[in-house]
Design a protein around this ligand. Sequence first.
Ligand code: AMP
Ligand code: MG
Length: 319
Amino acid sequence: MSIVSKDIQKAITLLTNEELVAIPTETVYGLAGNIYSEKAVTRIFSTKKRPFFNPLIVHISGGEVLKTIVSHIPEKAKLLADAFWPGSMTLVLKKNDIIPDIITAGKDTVAVRVPNHPVTLKLLKQLPFPLAAPSANPFGCISPTKPIHVERYFKNDIQQVLEGGSCTNGIESTIIGFENNQPIIYRLGALAIEDIEAVVGKVSIKNKKEHSPNAPGMLARHYAPATKTFLVEDIASMVKSQLGKKIGLLVFKDSLHDPSLTEIILSKKGSMHEAASKLYDSLHELDCKKLDVIIAERLPDIGLGKSINDRLQRATFSI
Ligand code: AMP
Ligand code: MG
């Protein structure tokens, strides 16, 4: 029997009983549990096989909840929250004592966001606690953007995937930390840097290794298909070099017009937003086809293209 269901009441009961529920967000599906339940949070780590040194993002129902979990809100954090919440932006702020250490991996900061999905917002508004919710995939695997992806991964581990359709943004949130009250991008994501800079001016991007050398989202290889995958600028010559193999192609907007290849076009009209929303689903699809190799095309390095290239880089062998 399928574990995918629209029953919000069931999700409330499970979460209140310290169980896990996979929840829809506009970025990716999350594996959610009560942040104040040690049992639930421990199960998030064990179900995902996620190392404990990687902190979790806390999901809240609205900006007004923020002051109950953090001790200081810089002026630019307020501006960003007002501009982009609910939305695909996570803020890392000094935490309150109320936030358990297991959520933050012992750090004195907590990552928090208001997800922009009607089902999950409704759920969060009815719960008396926030939800910790990392992506609902085993450590290192491709993130889930459809209920079926989560069901394939965790049908024997959890009781419910709360149905919320396909994720409209399709890649993880942009993470912003603060140093001397100035915003710094810690992880590229579904909110483009250009949009952030329109609100708070120029922001710096911190070298990922410097910021968090061990955090899985920051590992050189993460979000990875089981099939060997390459990221290249020039797909045509890469295809030639792999002759005789069963090849899957992931291209941005232009087809290679070669019927012997299994090809997915991310956005025929060249929309970065559409490409991001289809990225993980396309990788899931190609990974299921028993191919010898997947070749992904690097996108233009502007706007969301930067974030998509970041994810593809971690999913693949770059040459
Ligand atoms: P995800 O795996 O998409 O749930 O995102 C979690 C990521 O958020 C981690 O890998 C960290 O990079 C980042 N993160 C969470 N909490 C913190 C924190 N307190 N300080 C810095 N980064 C954090
Ligand atoms: Mg993840």
